[in-house]
Write a protein that binds this ligand. Structure first.
Ligand code: Z5A
Length: 223
């Protein structure tokens, strides 16, 4: 049997993560693989409550490190209540954002020593990590234009309202993560049309997660 995998989708505003998440779930279903699409911040009852506070900017006055801690409080509940149980049931999990978002966003907001963020991640995750992370890379202007078009006349949230410089630092932060962890991360050109992005995402999942799963099956098969 194919072991369940945790796939995370990362990227800046309007990169197309939710679109790819739905597409990957459909592709997995064609292979008769059950999956759960979830998101961060959120994905469990308590984490969704924390999401609300974070996105309206209630934690902003306490500074980026306090925000990082709150993202981790939500993440711990999300892992325990949603992600681990789904993996234990044999369902693949596709999470729209995960720990790299804290590295990139709270890191890009500045003033946080990367070593401090890394310590927080180490303590909170205790080695738990995604099997594969797809980083949807899109030029800042394109991502912000997509997010604005989708939002219409609705209000921007805490992070959408940050300036262009922030979003440029964010993009670089994600590319740096991918460069440091090439075994886990794959960067996709998310400026292409949705169908092309999904094709690339699916090819990456087939190559990394499904191929590894087949090898694992072969390794454990009886002669
Ligand atoms: N945050 C943080 O700071 N620290 C953390 O640790 C975590 C999160 C976990 C969550 O916002 C915020 O929390 C986020 C980071 C911060 N910052 N903001 N803002 P959210 O969950 O509300 O939003 P988001 O994660 O940024 O996602 P998004 O803006 O909704 O975008 P998306 O999921 O990447 O894109 P989409 O919904 O799939 O597509 C957006 C639009 O573009 C939509 O109209 C699509 O039809 C269109 N689209 C999608 N793909 C394409 C392509 N390929 N071509 C053309 N148009 C496309």
């Amino acid at each position: 049997m194919t072991p369940a995998r945790l796939i995370t989708l990362e990227g800046g505003e309007g990169a197309g993560k939710s679109t790819v998440a739905r597409g990957l779930q459909a592709r997995l279903a064609e292979r008769a693989i059950r999956s759960l699409v979830t998101r961060e911040p959120g994905g469990s009852t308590k984490a969704e409550a924390i999401r609300e506070a974070l996105l309206v900017g209630q934690v902003k006055p306490y500074g980026p490190f306090a925000e990082a801690i709150m993202f981790y409080a939500a993440r711990i509940d999300h892992i325990e209540k949603t992600i681990r149980p789904a993996l234990a049931r044999g369902e693949w999990v596709i999470s729209d954002r995960f720990a790299d978002s804290t590295r990139a966003y709270q890191g890009a907001l500045g003033q946080i020593d990367p070593a401090l963020l890394a310590s927080l991640e180490r303590v909170a995750l205790a080695g738990f990590r995604p099997d594969i992370t797809l980083i949807l890379d899109v030029p800042v202007e394109i991502g912000l234009a997509r997010a604005a078009a989708r939002r219409g006349s609705g209000a921007t949230d805490r992070f959408e309202s940050e300036g262009r410089g922030f979003h440029a630092r964010l993009r670089k932060a994600y590319l740096d993560i991918a460069e440091r962890e090439p075994d886990r991360c794959i960067v996709l050109d998310a400026s292409l049309p949705p169908d092309d992005v999904l094709e690339m995402a699916w090819a990456a999942v087939e190559m990394r997660a499904l191929a590894e799963a087949s090898h694992a099956d072969a390794d454990t098969a009886l002669p």
